[in-house]
Structures are given as C-alpha cells and as structure tokens.
Write a protein that binds this ligand. Structure first.
Ligand code: CMP
Length: 147
C-alpha cells in the first residue's frame, strides 16, 4: 500500500477549506495516517522545496509556505501518489480542471491550496521533514469496502 505527503497551504487554511479538502481525500477512500498543524521554519521549508532551489520563484515560494500555519498529512491507499495528484489537479489553478481541488478553489500557481508528493522518492524525503515514525498511525483503520 502506497503513502503520500499532503500539505494544506496557508491559503487553504485562511479560506476555511481544510475540512473540504480532508473530506475529499476521505470520501475517495484514502486513510489519514498522520496529521498536524504547524508553522514551517525556513530550514525545513528549504529542505522541502530543495528541488526548486534554482527556480526564479524559489524565494517567494519559501517565504509563502513559512508565512502562516499549514496542515501536513500522511495519506495511504492504492496508487495514492497519483490518485492524490489527480484529486489536487494541475499545479496552476488557472489551468486545473473543475472537479479537482485546485480547479474548484484556486486561480493562482503559488497559492494553489495543496502540495502533494510527486513520486515515491519525493514522499520518502518529504515525510521525514514533517513526521516522526511514531506520529504515523498505520493500524487504526479496517479496509471494509475500500480495497
Ligand atoms: P507545489 O506542489 O507545492 O510544489 C512546488 C510549488 O511551486 C508549486 O506547488 C507551486 O505552488 C509553486 N510554483 C510552481 N511554479 C511556479 C511559478 N511559475 N511561479 C510561482 N510558484 C510556482
């Protein structure tokens, strides 16, 4: 069973969309194994977005993600990395298809409501930035009707 790391970014929280977003993941049948609200410090934000270090928007991106609290989640499910990226929609909210989280709620690239790991390798790096092993709860669910 695959896992992914999802962040609800400051715009998602300020716009009171956290419940709506979490609900979409739950209704899809994904399991929440870990969840916390935190204000990211610069060091962890830079580690999280290290692959974008050379991009022109990098500083703005780090400033933004550290500006206000976020919610971090570990989700589990079949093919959950691609499933969650499908639910989130294209990075640029103005191009995201209606019915996706960004398609329904974002019209910006930077303020695009959620972040989701794009690969198993990214998940492994990202989860270590946000969670200790004992904060990920693998055994709290049954799988009735969800496999
Ligand atoms: P996220 O999934 O968090 O991963 C990297 C983030 O960089 C992305 O979502 C966007 O919020 C942001 N991003 C990507 N491209 C641009 C861009 N051209 N200008 C500003 N921000 C961007």
């Amino acid at each position: 069973m695959e896992r992914t790391l999802v962040l609800i970014k400051p715009d998602g929280i300020k716009r009171r969309l956290s419940g709506e977003i979490i609900s979409r993941f739950e209704r899809k049948g994904l399991k929440i194994l870990g969840m916390k609200m935190l204000k990211l410090d610069r060091k962890r934000a830079e580690a999280h977005y290290a692959v974008h270090r050379d991009k022109p928007f990098y500083n703005e991106l780090v400033n933004y993600i550290t500006s206000d609290p976020i919610i971090a989640m570990v989700l589990e499910g079949r093919s959950v990395i691609s499933v969650v990226r499908g639910l989130a929609g294209s990075t640029d909210g103005s191009k995201a298809v209606p019915g996706t989280i960004r398609g329904d709620y974002a019209n910006s690239i930077q303020m695009n409501i959620v972040h989701a790991s794009d690969s198993q390798e990214s998940y492994e790096k990202e989860v270590a930035i946000f969670f200790n092993q004992d904060e990920i709860h693998g055994m709290v669910y049954g799988d009735e009707g969800l496999i």
